[in-house]
Design a protein around this ligand. Structure first.
Ligand code: SAM
Ligand code: SF4
Length: 464
């Protein structure tokens, strides 16, 4: 198959579904009851929930999302750090500081030595997962720069450990290039459509290859065709009506399920943030309020219950914590969005992609998250044991994945506490681990106790 043109986003159908959605309390409760069985939602049901304004019904939506999140993910929260390797870009995305004609930022692409230095710093903070990010223009060597950079990240071994999973967010690739990326053993390939609305898409992408909507929206198909099982998608909220975007994203997900038997591994929910040299970023045409943002996370949790939801440090600490309860399963922490930002902390504003809402270092994020009862997880077991794509979903759906995730979250958290945490964080974390194990039973508890014992005996990187 040649996945280069898009036949799965039907704007007319989305319009009709939205027009037919009426917020009737009885029907809303029926949909929430169905959602609590964790079988997902169809387009009409999603449309209905997007119309919700009534305070009581919204509360019921949030409660249902919380229930589903707890049943599937428990209290785990996976942590990662973005690593920006280059801000060179040939595109003109009007919302982004990296766009080609923006003279207001310093351009920089890291050498392999500089990448290794950044990685050493992230490892010394306790990170195990990196999301590698770049603009769409690589230094002279071209695409091999991306491949080499992934290799460099994995090759850094320090006394504090190593990076165990590299996810990648770069511009759309050909099937052959995706194959090369897979050969570097990447975890998830991530790409955000930004907006699924064609007219808006062409208005905000005014130069460079990214103008091609079809080439971008079909990238997850090509990645899967190349054998990359775990693909992440996303919407940049604020560019167009979020109701339309959610329904279009659902069509995208169903197309991947139709063609590959599995949908995306993760969904990201960035909201437009101010960016140097971008008027659009400071004045989002369809700004999403905090209330609607909570609603978006809750609806996604119910629509695709087994798909991870990622929240970045674009959001404030407060919004991030609120949405943990509604469905977020992965967060970034201690992030910098300028190439070299971990090595040269003082340069943050000169070359960053957008402003951050959460500036706390990793240790503080972990302490706050643990104090709220969530277990920070650095687990990378599934991907290393080949539990990806459909295999992962087959384990996740009957709930079996919890027998792995819970013990692995606890052991990687203990490893973090032992090797990297401040005294205060360690105390809070150890208490949480003890409480959590005391509430576990059966195989999960046996596995957790065994792994924790191994970590306490000085062993790193233990998982099941
Ligand atoms: N250049 C590649 C691309 O555009 O696909 C990959 C990296 S790009 C740096 C990663 C993402 O940053 C984009 O997909 C976009 O959603 C997000 N982004 C860009 N400008 C932003 C802004 N002002 N606020 C929030 N997110 C932004
Ligand atoms: Fe370049 Fe990506 Fe920014 Fe667009 S969003 S200007 S492609 S870095």
């Amino acid at each position: 198959m040649n996945y280069e043109t898009c036949d799965f986003i039907d704007e007319q159908q989305i319009g009709q579904t939205l027009a037919a959605a009426a917020s009737d309390a009885g029907r809303v409760r029926e949909v929430l009851a169905k959602a609590s069985e964790m079988k997902g939602l169809d387009a009409g049901e999603v449309a209905l929930l997007t119309c919700l304004e009534d305070g009581e019904l919204l509360h019921e939506l949030f409660e249902t999302a919380n229930q589903v999140k707890n049943t599937i993910y428990g209290k785990r929260l996976v942590l990662f750090a973005p690593l920006y390797i280059s801000n060179l870009c040939a595109n003109e995305c009007l919302y982004c500081a990296f766009r080609a004609t923006n003279k207001a930022i310093i351009r920089r692409s890291l050498t392999q030595e500089e990448i290794a230095r950044e990685v050493e710093i992230l490892i010394s903070q306790g990170h195990k997962r990196i999301l590698m990010v770049a603009g769409e223009s690589y230094p002279r060597e071209g695409f091999p720069y991306v491949l080499k950079s992934v290799r460099t990240i994995y090759d850094v071994k320090s006394e504090h450990g190593e990076i165990r999973r590299v996810n990648v967010n770069v511009a759309p690739l050909s099937v052959d290039e995706f194959r090369q990326l897979k050969a570097e053993k990447i975890g998830t390939y991530q790409i955000f459509q930004e907006t699924y609305h064609r007219d808006t898409y062409s208005k905000v992408h005014v130069g460079g290859k990214k103008r091609n909507y079809d080439w971008r929206v079909t990238a997850p198909h090509r990645a899967m065709q190349a054998g990359i099982d775990d693909v992440g998608i996303g919407i940049l909220f604020g560019l167009y009506d979020y109701r339309f975007e959610l329904l279009a994203m659902l069509q995208h997900i169903r197309a991947l399920e139709r063609d590959f038997g599995v949908g995306p591994h993760t969904i990201s929910v960035p909201r437009l943030e101010p960016a140097t040299g971008s008027d659009l970023a400071s004045h989002p045409p369809f700004a999403v309020s905090d209330n609607d943002f909570r609603k978006i996370v809750a609806i996604l949790r119910l629509a695709v219950p087994y798909t991870g939801i990622i929240m970045s440090t674009r959001e404030t600490a407060r919004m991030r914590s609120e949405t943990f309860a509604l469905g977020v399963s992965q967060i970034s922490a201690g992030s910098r969005t300028n190439p070299g930002g971990y090595t040269h902390e003082e340069e943050e504003t000169d070359a960053s992609q957008f402003s951050l809402g959460d500036h706390r270092p990793l240790d503080e994020v972990i302490r706050d998250v643990a104090a709220m009862g969530y277990i920070p997880s650095f687990c990378t077991a599934c991907y290393r044991l080949g539990r990806t794509g459909r295999d992962f979903m087959d384990l996740a759906k009957p709930g079996d994945i919890k027998l792995h995730c819970d013990p692995n979250a606890l052991s990687t958290f203990r490893e973090y506490l032992r090797n990297f945490a401040s005294e205060e964080t360690r105390q809070i974390g150890d208490r949480l681990i003890a409480d959590t194990i005391s509430q576990m039973s059966g195989i999960a508890r046996q596995r957790a106790e065994k792994l924790i014992k191994q970590v306490d005996a000085g062993k790193d990187d233990v998982y099941c």
